[in-house]
Design a protein around this ligand. Structure first.
Ligand SMILES: C=C1C[C@]23C[C@H]1CC[C@H]2[C@@]12CCC[C@@](C)(C(=O)O1)[C@H]2[C@@H]3C(=O)O
Ligand SMILES: O=C(O)CCC(=O)C(=O)O
Ligand SMILES: [Fe+2]
Length: 355
C-alpha cells in the first residue's frame, strides 16, 4: 500500500480531511494578521490598500501615494468588462475542477513555462503550499488547452487572448500614471515610449491562474508563500473569497478584502529597479480558507520583450541619488530570482554607487 505522503497530489488537495505534515507550516506571531485596531495604533492611516477610481481627476496623486505607502492599490473603473472577468474566472474553475490525472496531462515540462503545477517559488520553502495553478508564459498553452478541452479549446483560447490583450492595455495605462506620480513620463523610458506608440503589442506578460482549495486547517497552512513579483507590475483579479495579504513594516500583514469588479495592482521588482528604489516591490502572500475555495488570476507584466535592458530611469538619478541597480533584462532577472529568490534585488545592487 502506498504511504500517505505518496498519495498526496496538488490536484486533489480539496478532498483531504486532515492537513498532512508536509503542508503544515511553523507560523509565528509575526506571521499572523494584526486586528485592525492594533494596525491603527501603529500609525497606519488606512487599514488596507485603497480602491482608486481610474477616472478620478486626482488619479496620479492617489496612485502615487498608494504606491509609496503600500506598493499596491486597487482599481475601479478600469475598463475591463465584468463579462471578461467572469469568463476568465469560470475558465479557471472548469480547469481546476477536472480530475487530477487530466490536469497532470497539462503539467509544465519546465518550471516557469506554460502549464499546470506548483508555484515556481516552491523549491525555496521547506513546506508545501496549499494551491495548484496554471501558468501561461508563451503560446504553448494552446496545446495544453487542446488536451484539456478537446471540444471547447477555441472558446477558451479566445477568452485567454482577449484577457491578455486587455491586460496589456491596462498595464501601459497604469505605467503612465505611476510614472506621472514620480514626475517623469513614458518618453523618459525608451522602451516604454516604443511600447506606447505600438499600442503595447510587443510587450511581455505572463498569466498565472491560482486555485486554493478548501483546507482543513487554514491557520497552519499557506496558499502561496510570501514573495514579491518579478515584474514591472501585476494586475490581480481575485474571486469573492479573500486570502491575499500584503506586508507593510508599520502594519504587518494586511488582508486585501475582495471588492466585486475591482482589480488589485502590485508593484514588482522591475519597477523597484526602474524607480531606483523609490517605489519598492510589495511583499505579499495568499492564505487559505476552511469552507471556501478561492481562485485568483494574475497578469504578470514584465515590460519590454526580448533583450531590452531595464535600468533606473536617468531622470530619477543625480549626484545625491546615484543609480542603485545595474541594468538587466526580464529574462536575466528571472534567472537570478530563481537562484537566490528574495536576495535577487540585492544581487544586482551596485556596491559603491557613485555618479
Ligand atoms: C514570468 C514569471 C513570473 C513568475 C515566474 C514566471 C512565471 C510564473 C510567475 C509566478 C506566478 C505566481 C507567483 C510567482 C512568484 C511564481 O511562483 O510564479 C510568479 C513568478 C515571479 O513573479 O517571480
Ligand atoms: O492569489 C493571490 O491573491 C496572490 C497571487 C499572487 O501573488 C501571484 O500570482 O503572484
Ligand atoms: Fe504575487
Amino acid at each position: 500500500m502506498p504511504s500517505l505522503a505518496e498519495e498526496i497530489c496538488i490536484g486533489n488537495l480539496g478532498s483531504l480531511q486532515t492537513l498532512p505534515d508536509s503542508f503544515t507550516w511553523k507560523l509565528t506571531a509575526a506571521d499572523s494578521v494584526l486586528p485592525p485596531s492594533s494596525a491603527v495604533s501603529f500609525g497606519a492611516v488606512e487599514e488596507s490598500i485603497p480602491v482608486i477610481d481610474l477616472s478620478d481627476s486626482d488619479v496620479t496623486t492617489l496612485i502615487g501615494n498608494a504606491c509609496k505607502t503600500w506598493g499596491a492599490f486597487q482599481i475601479a473603473n478600469h475598463g475591463i468588462s465584468q463579462k471578461l472577468l467572469d469568463d476568465i474566472e469560470s475558465l479557471s474553475k472548469t480547469l481546476f475542477d477536472m480530475p487530477s490525472e487530466r490536469k497532470l496531462e497539462a503539467a509544465s515540462s519546465d518550471k516557469g513555462v506554460s502549464g499546470y503545477g506548483e508555484p515556481r517559488i516552491s523549491p525555496f520553502f521547506e513546506k508545501k503550499m496549499w494551491s495548484e495553478g496554471f501558468t501561461i508564459a508563451d503560446a504553448s498553452y494552446r496545446n495544453h488547452f487542446i488536451s484539456l478541452w478537446p471540444h471547447d479549446h477555441t472558446k477558451y483560447c479566445g477568452i485567454m487572448e482577449e484577457y491578455v490583450d486587455e491586460m496589456e492595455k491596462l498595464a501601459s495605462k497604469l505605467l503612465s500614471c505611476i510614472l506621472g506620480s514620480l514626475g517623469v513620463t513614458v518618453e523618459d523610458i525608451e522602451w516604454a515610449h516604443k511600447l506606447e506608440k505600438s499600442g503595447s503589442k510587443v510587450g511581455r506578460g505572463a498569466i498565472r491562474l491560482n486555485h486554493y482549495p478548501v483546507c482543513p486547517e487554514p491557520e497552519r497552512a499557506m496558499g502561496l508563500a510570501a514573495h514579491t513579483d518579478s515584474t514591472i507590475l501585476t494586475i490581480l483579479h481575485q474571486s469573492n473569497t479573500g486570502g491575499l495579504q500584503v506586508f507593510r513594516e508599520e502594519s504587518g500583514w494586511v488582508t486585501v478584502e475582495p471588492v466585486p469588479g475591482v482589480l488589485v495592482v502590485n508593484m514588482g521588482d522591475l519597477f523597484h529597479i526602474l524607480s531606483n528604489g523609490k517605489i519598492p516591490s510589495v511583499v505579499h502572500r495568499a492564505k487559505v480558507n476552511h469552507t471556501r475555495s478561492r481562485i485568483s488570476i494574475a497578469y504578470l507584466w514584465g515590460g519590454p520583450a526580448g533583450e531590452v535592458q531595464i535600468a533606473p530611469i536617468s531622470k530619477l538619478i543625480g549626484p545625491a541619488e546615484p543609480s542603485l541597480y545595474r541594468s538587466i533584462t526580464w529574462k536575466e532577472y528571472l534567472q537570478i530570482k530563481y537562484e537566490v529568490f528574495d536576495k535577487a534585488l540585492d544581487a544586482i545592487r551596485v556596491v559603491n554607487p557613485t555618479n
